[in-house]
Design a protein around this ligand. Sequence first.
Ligand SMILES: CC(=O)SCCNC(=O)CCNC(=O)[C@H](O)C(C)(C)COP(=O)(O)OP(=O)(O)OC[C@H]1O[C@@H](n2cnc3c(N)ncnc32)[C@H](O)[C@@H]1OP(=O)(O)O
Ligand SMILES: CC(C)C(=O)C(=O)O
Ligand SMILES: [Mg+2]
Length: 573
Amino acid sequence: MAVRSNPSTSGRYAPPATVALENRAWPSRTMSRAPRWLSTDLRDGNQSLVNPMSPDRKLAMFDLLVGMGFKEIEVGFPVASQDDHDFLRMLIEGDLIPDDVRISVLVQAREELIKGTVESLAGARAATVHLYNATSPQFRRMVFGMSRSECKDLAVQGTRFFLKYADRLLGDCDLGFQYSPEMFADTELDFSLEVCEAVMDVWQPEQSRPIILNFPTTVERSTPNVFADQIEWLDRNLSRRENVCLSVHPHNDRGTGVASAELAVLAGAQRVEGCLFGNGERAGNVCLVTLGLNALTHGIDPGLDFGDLNGIRRVVEWCNEIPVHPRHPYGGDMVYTAFSGSHQDAIKKGFDARSRAVADGADPATLAWEVPYLPLDPQDVGRTYEAVVRINSQSGKGGVSYVLSSRQGLELPRELSVEFAALVQRTADEWGREIEPDEIVRMFLTEYASPRFLTVPVTFRKPVPTTLHVQGDPFVVGSDRADSLGDLGAHLASWGLRVDEIRRIGAGAADAVRDGVVVYADCTIGTRTVWGAGSAASLDIATRSAVSAAITRALRTSQPNREPARQPLLGAA
Ligand SMILES: CC(=O)SCCNC(=O)CCNC(=O)[C@H](O)C(C)(C)COP(=O)(O)OP(=O)(O)OC[C@H]1O[C@@H](n2cnc3c(N)ncnc32)[C@H](O)[C@@H]1OP(=O)(O)O
Ligand SMILES: CC(C)C(=O)C(=O)O
Ligand SMILES: [Mg+2]
């Protein structure tokens, strides 16, 4: 087969530009606090949708953002469409903007559009006008047909128009100003700086009237380290730095929007613009959920409330009419789920260690989160531990034990869990699908317990050599009060059981043993070791039930044509 030549090697795509930056500082910094966030869900997010949001969807998104704690929200491009304009008016006239929230609106550097934008803000208490024009060589050449100085002049004139109309029309508004050199990442750095300095010469930032300079990777083309270098270079070279809020607006065309934002913050960015779940043009704006929860998992308060992430996701999906990917960091359906055996084993051990620490007095609210394979405690984002472990043919004993323990409070002895996990795995292979937790519980009870004997006392005619694994406290339940495990063995022998050994397992606090004990009997029947399980309020009945179950199993499994487990087991008797 002929191999086609790769276009990247034929000169059609160029390697990224690099930045000559001496002694770059960002690689050795760590983030110590969250940046300011601006949500552009209602602007960059909305402008990228097949169906831009209807007014009720816009309002649901706005309420969500306010509820999460966003203090800066770009609510639209009011001169772009009647819908955007009307929504802005509704927010202002309906007094729907909380006092501590600043709205922002986007506009091109064109006089009539700036005038219309300023007019649309009449009555607003606090607002930022966000002016932009592209500055890259490609745009100057192909889109605007402008020289560098003409392109700079576009930004300068735009700022002047803004001042002119703002002074005339918005006397009482606490008005902020933001400028973005669109296509910043593709623009010569010295030219970006030149344009921003010229804009600042007009705006004259001061402590009481700062400026937001916002640097977008309008189309992400470089690796995040290059963007970080660009931002650190600006951080060093911008004048009036103390009155500049250095903001970034990463897109995700190369799939590195989050990394670009994080490295940019290390490089000096103080503010990040993005969208929830990474909605936005093409491959999206940077995802603010990921950024916020990345901060949280480094012990940094993101200043945003992610406590009901499923609820947040539902609103976002409804507004955007785009589903969130099941593997989306932190918010996807499957991101707290392990199917594979070794992961499940480690997760179960992690949870067990946590339970032990809590039982020893540790406060779960401050106990370090160390459960393997789970970067975040699912409960911190309103998820449960329910789906942390799911069972299919890739699963092992750790996962199966986790399900029985978390669902039913059953703490299986190791040898039994090995045996049962093999049965589950064979069944999953046979069925060719995931096995639900209830099916696993049912499968265990069907296989190892003998409901008929649960409450019926049985005397064994032939002694059955047995090792008992007792979950619960045999000394405080039922009528089998005994002073030691040795006494207990003697007592059980009086019922015809030859008990070779009694082992204690489990803490005994789980549902299954709250009112009694669970006994797992490891019986030697003929030449075989056969397990049975029984649960009852008193130890002797639980034991006889377990041994009876083992004998029944021994008979059943000695039949040559044993039927495979029937599918589905849910609801089976
Ligand atoms: C990277 C981003 O996300 S930027 C935001 C993009 N968002 C949007 O564009 C959504 C809203 N936009 C719109 O609805 C429309 O573009 C409008 C209403 C703003 C303007 O509409 P129109 O003037 O009819 O159309 P259009 O956008 O095609 O105009 C392009 C013209 O504006 C110029 N232009 C484009 N951007 C800018 C800018 N930022 N500043 C000044 N002029 C600009 C172009 O060079 C072009 O000029 P030409 O007509 O002389 O060739
Ligand atoms: C308007 C600007 C900031 C933008 O959205 C971009 O360049 O991506
Ligand atoms: Mg954008």
